[in-house]
Write a protein that binds this ligand. Structure first.
Ligand code: ADP
Length: 487
């Protein structure tokens, strides 16, 4: 369709060129007859230059040949024939033809350059307009869709499509799936190579920026230069990647604010619980001094239970903080024996009547840990061993050096953990169905214990066989000693 219209235009211009030559001939033979041949030749030349500038080289060459023939036939003696009597006129005719063709060529190329410059300038203006438009995209609706729409609008294109690789979606503006398929767009984005379908007048470019593939861009029906096409591609990629980066930053900010809220809530909770406990403790202490002996025992119970409640609250809040991802380690060198001892003391009421074995390998180094948190991890394993094993069965705590760590384990003779469950028990809120009905729990204990160990750079794992008990292991970093044995 486009090609045939072009042909008709060229044919019309060729006829126009010949008509101009005929008109000049007619004027000088019929209207203005008393003119010398130089003036006539110059008139032809001027007309040919005009044709070259206005229409192009082909039309100018046709006019040159036509003009030469007419000049020879009608104005060079003997008039009315193509023969030339005076050899000088041959030279004149040849000079006329050469001048006409060369001048046509020059003026056509000047015209082409001027057109090219105008086109470039227009492209630059449109690119500028597009870049300004893309700066003002609406954050509320899909960015790739807006980029596609604006590109089509600014460059007056028949169609644009953009494939956003991050969300795996194609946005189209006046470009159907028949002319550019989703698959083709995906392929170009993956292969990162430009594709051109000249028959459909379609370009598909990959959208890359800084080594990242953002998707692909299809443009249809344009006379845009390749440079401008790539510039549009870069603008689209920058806009999409900038929008993605902003989204990620907003999400991070929201998460940070969420964490800050959690932290504030925990502080408030800690305060609300601890203040009345401190008052009860203070009141009990002052009664204790003056209470008659019969009541002293009761007041002592109040004091002890208040202490217990206080440490329970401290522990619960700490667990909540760990669960909220707030681990602030205050590390110092600690003796492993003391860590185990202190954990057992804290659990003494639960451990009453239980057979606890402790085994140390000799020359155990100190560990560099947050004593409170490491103790909490160990207590968690001890509590589980107590909860899940028979009250008559022994529990064994072992510690050995495994440079650069110290390995601690808690072994029980409970029901063990089935193979398929072992991979899950460290997950948040996960509880093994069989034991969940019998033993109370939250499914958080092992998650927190493992979290603490990981934050120290150690590891936690379990070895277990059904009906043969379980042994939970964890490692903590040993304090490095120099040659003299100092830490
Ligand atoms: P909870 O004990 O509150 O359920 P945990 O995270 O401490 O949560 O433990 C997760 C699951 O792992 C428990 O529900 C239990 O089924 C299993 N488990 C943990 N320790 C032992 C153990 N020593 N013996 C058998 N099963 C255990």
């Amino acid at each position: 369709m486009m090609i045939s219209r072009n042909r008709i235009r060229i044919a019309a211009q060729l006829c126009g060129s010949l008509a101009i030559v005929a008109a000049i001939t007619l004027i000088y033979t019929r209207v203005v007859t008393n003119v010398n041949s130089t003036t006539i030749a110059l008139t032809f030349l001027l007309a040919i230059l005009g044709i070259a500038t206005r229409w192009g080289l082909l039309e100018a060459i046709v006019a040159s040949v036509g003009g030469m023939l007419c000049f020879n036939f009608f104005f060079l003696p003997p008039v009315g024939t193509f023969t030339i009597a005076d050899p000088q006129n041959w030279v004149a005719l040849f000079a006329f033809l050469v001048t006409a063709v060369v001048a046509s060529q020059l003026s056509t190329s000047v015209r082409k350059r001027a057109l090219e410059a105008t086109r470039r300038q227009q492209e630059m203006e449109r690119l500028y307009e597009l870049s300004r438009g893309l700066m003002l995209v609406d954050k509320g609706s899909p960015i790739a869709g807006q980029v596609s729409h604006r590109t089509a609008q600014v460059f007056d294109l028949r169609g644009v499509a953009i494939f956003d690789r991050r969300i795996d979606f194609v946005y189209r503006t006046g470009l159907t799936d028949d002319s550019v398929s989703d698959r083709k767009l995906r392929d170009v984005a993956t292969e990162r190579t430009t594709f051109r379908d000249a028959s459909a007048d379609v370009w598909i470019l990959p959208l890359n920026l800084g080594g990242e593939a953002a998707g692909s861009l299809a443009i249809c029906g344009s006379e845009i230069s390749e440079t401008a096409l790539h510039a549009i591609g870069n603008l689209a990629a920058i806009t999409m990647l900038r929008a993605h980066a902003e989204e990620a930053a907003n999400r991070m900010e929201a998460a940070r604010q969420n964490e800050a809220m959690k932290s504030m809530l925990l502080d408030a909770l800690a305060h609300e619980f601890k203040t009345p406990l401190t008052s009860i403790k203070a009141a009990a202490s002052s009664i204790l001094d003056e209470a008659p002996p019969a009541q002293q025992e009761l007041v002592t119970v109040i004091e002890e239970e208040t202490d217990r409640l206080d440490s329970l609250v401290t522990e619960t809040i700490r667990m909540a903080r760990i669960e909220a991802g707030e681990l602030h380690l205050q590390k110092s060198p600690e003796s492993v024996a003391e860590l185990i001892e202190s954990a057992l003391v804290k659990l003494r009421i639960l451990l009453e009547d239980r057979d606890i074995k402790i085994e140390f390998s000799p020359n155990l180094p100190e560990v560099f840990v947050d004593a409170e948190l490491a103790g909490l991890a160990l207590r968690q394993l001890l509590t589980n061993a107590l909860k899940y094993s028979n009250p008559d069965s022994p529990i064994c705590v072992r510690a050995s050096a495994e440079a650069p760590f110290v390995r601690i384990s808690v072994k029980d003779s409970g029901p063990g953990i089935p193979d398929k469950e072992r991979a899950h028990i460290f997950e948040r809120y996960y509880r093994v169905a069989e034991s969940a009905d019998r033993v109370p729990g939250t499914g958080m204990g092992l998650t927190i214990a493992r979290e603490i160990v990981l934050s120290h750079g150690g590891e936690m794992w379990v070895e277990s066989a059904p009906e043969q008990g379980s042994e939970f292991f964890f490692t903590l970093p040993a304090v490095k000693r120099n040659a003299e044995g100092n830490s």
